[in-house]
Each structure stands twice: as C-alpha cells, then as structure tokens.
Design a protein around this ligand. Structure first.
Ligand code: ADP
Ligand code: MG
Length: 148
C-alpha cells in the first residue's frame, strides 16, 4: 500500500495539510485517524473542513461522539470515539449508516473501532499522527491517498 509521510512544524501547517486533503477528497472517503491526545487529529480535521468549504468552526465532538457539517462541497461527519464505552456502542450511534451518506467521514480514535472499520467496503484512508522531535513537530503518515 502506498504510504506518504508529512512532517509539520506548527498547528497552522497541519491545518494547511488538511486543507489540501479536504480539497481533494471524494464522497465516501473515510479517514481513520490514529494517534494520542494532542497529536493534532482535530487540527488536521479543521483543515479538511476548510478544504471542503465549511466555515463553521470545528471542535472536537468528544461528548457528542459525532458532529455533522453540511454546508461544504461534501458533507463532513466528524467522529471522536475517545469516550466510547465499547465497539457495540457504535451500533446505537448508527456509525455504519454514516458511511452510506455520501459524505466524508473523519474518525478520531479509530483504535476504538478497528473491527467495524475493517469491514468497510468503501475507501478507507489510514492516517497516523504522532509527536515529532521538537515541541511543535508532528508526523503524519497516510496510506491510500494520492495528492495531486
Ligand atoms: P488531538 O485531536 O490529536 O487530540 P488537537 O488537534 O486537539 O489534537 O491538538 C493538538 C495540540 O497540539 C494543540 O494544542 C496544538 O496547538 C498543538 N500543536 C503543536 N504543534 C502542532 C502541529 N504541528 N500540528 C498540530 N497541532 C500542534
Ligand atoms: Mg481531537
């Protein structure tokens, strides 16, 4: 599988990477984010939203699990599974139905939903984020996404 590695040196740079992704992503894309608290997953999502033409501020849906943004080029469904009690809770959320809604799904804490995500038939893009060397350094590894 094709993998790309991107290093950023500030939150702004991470957001800019997100903008490029948001401008190029397609209906049905599912971005499975992996990585610790503070790795920059929400920052990257903020960029993706901007790239999709969403102006509403993007905040982490930690307590609601999912936020929906419908004003852009393609709808964005932003999940944060940090507080998920178990994978069966995804069923109550209608998690899988979101994948059929012709939007873009971004899933923070995909670690919590690996079994469900593995069964997805659509395009799954794995995004791993981690802290790099230096306070504001972040390393983003993406598979299955081609930048133009
Ligand atoms: P996560 O959603 O992965 O928990 P957030 O995006 O909410 O992470 O927060 C990332 C934190 O790290 C923010 O406080 C941000 O200012 C800081 N930060 C420092 N450098 C970067 C960088 N290069 N990219 C993204 N965030 C960064
Ligand atoms: Mg977050």
């Amino acid at each position: 599988m094709e993998k790309i590695k991107i290093c950023t040196a500030s939150p702004r740079e991470t957001e800019e990477v997100g903008v490029k992704i948001g401008m190029q992503c397609k209906e049905g894309d599912v971005f499975a984010f992996f990585g610790d608290l503070g790795a920059g997953k929400t920052a990257l999502t903020r960029g993706i939203a901007r790239g999709l033409g969403i102006e509403e501020p993007v905040t982490s849906p930690t307590f609601t699990i999912v936020n929906e943004y419908l004003e852009g080029r393609i709808p964005l469904f932003h999940f944060d599974l940090y507080r998920l009690s178990g994978e069966e809770e995804l069923f109550d959320l209608g998690f899988e139905e979101y994948f059929q809604r012709n939007g873009v799904c971004v899933v923070e804490w995909s670690e919590r939903a690996t079994e469900t995500l593995e069964e997805l038939s659509g395009r799954l893009i794995l995004v791993e984020m981690r802290v790099g060397e230096g306070e504001e350094a972040r390393v983003i590894t993406m598979s299955n996404f081609e930048f133009e």
